[in-house]
Design a protein around this ligand. Structure first.
Ligand code: UDP
Length: 237
């Protein structure tokens, strides 16, 4: 079967790598995420990944404790780089070629991200793992994911979360909440639903980049979600 998508951008949050802990990288969870990604890459889909860093350091938390926000965000971005190196290596251990890129210049650690080099790597069959967020403070890795998806001409942003899509209300608090299979950008705004932070969402809407929200623990796995077997919500026009 030919893949539904040619090129996807997958956002992997820091918490997906921390597993049951809230801090650090848990090897079994790292391997599980890497395996799902490797399976998709082997099916012929080009995969770019933006990794978060919430399992290591969040700028907002650092700023709340007194560190100046720009420094705290730099620390957060370095945290995402640790995750990027770990994930890229774990994907290689699954037998799929992978290359980490960094938004900030650190030549002995990873190639500096340029859209041109990342696209070339994707076309050569590498899973590219993009660390360092956007490279700027005051942004999130959700914004980085949307930005890179647009730059790399991906078909879609996949956002794995703890819930299996976008609901009419918080399903943990409201038992009558229903899940959307698909929803428009404007409906998300009108109904004040939470998909991504405002900057990330505005970038996606303005560039008509679809966002698919799915549960990280969906039984169908990432490849199943991509093939329409899993549960998810597609946000787009
Ligand atoms: N960050 C940043 N600029 C970016 C992306 C991330 O300054 O473009 C910093 C910010 O401090 C953030 C931290 O890196 O708190 C980790 O990223 P994020 O919170 O998005 O990670 P996730 O919640 O997805 O694990």
């Amino acid at each position: 079967m030919s893949p539904v998508h040619k090129r996807i951008l997958l956002k992997v949050s820091g918490e997906a790598l921390a597993g049951d802990n809230s801090f650090g990288i848990e090897p079994p969870f790292l391997q599980a995420v890497a395996k799902q990604i490797a399976d998709v890459a082997r099916s012929g889909v080009q995969v770019a990944i933006v990794v978060g860093g919430g399992n290591i350091f969040r700028g907002m938390a650092g700023a709340a404790d007194g560190t100046d926000r720009v420094t705290a965000d730099l620390m957060g971005m370095l945290g995402t780089m640790i995750n990027a190196l770990a994930l890229s290596n774990a994907i290689m251990r699954q037998g799929v070629m992978s290359k980490p890129f960094s938004a900030a210049t650190m030549p002995s650690v990873a190639d500096t991200f340029t859209a041109r080099d990342a696209k070339l790597a994707l076309e050569e069959g590498f899973v590219v793992v993009l660390g360092g967020g956007t490279g700027n403070p005051f942004f999130t890795t959700d914004t980085a994911a949307t930005l890179r998806a647009i730059e790399l001409e991906c078909d879609v942003v996949l956002k794995g979360t703890k819930v299996d899509g976008v609901y009419s209300a918080d399903p943990k608090k409201d038992p009558t909440a229903t899940r959307y299979d698909a929803i428009g950008y404007d409906e998300v705004i009108q109904q004040n639903l939470k998909v991504m932070d405002t900057a990330a969402f505005a970038l996606a809407r303005d560039n008509a980049m679809p966002i698919v929200v799915y549960a990280l623990d969906d039984e169908a796995g990432l490849s199943g979600v991509l093939e329409g077997r899993g549960r998810s919500t597609r946000v787009g026009h």
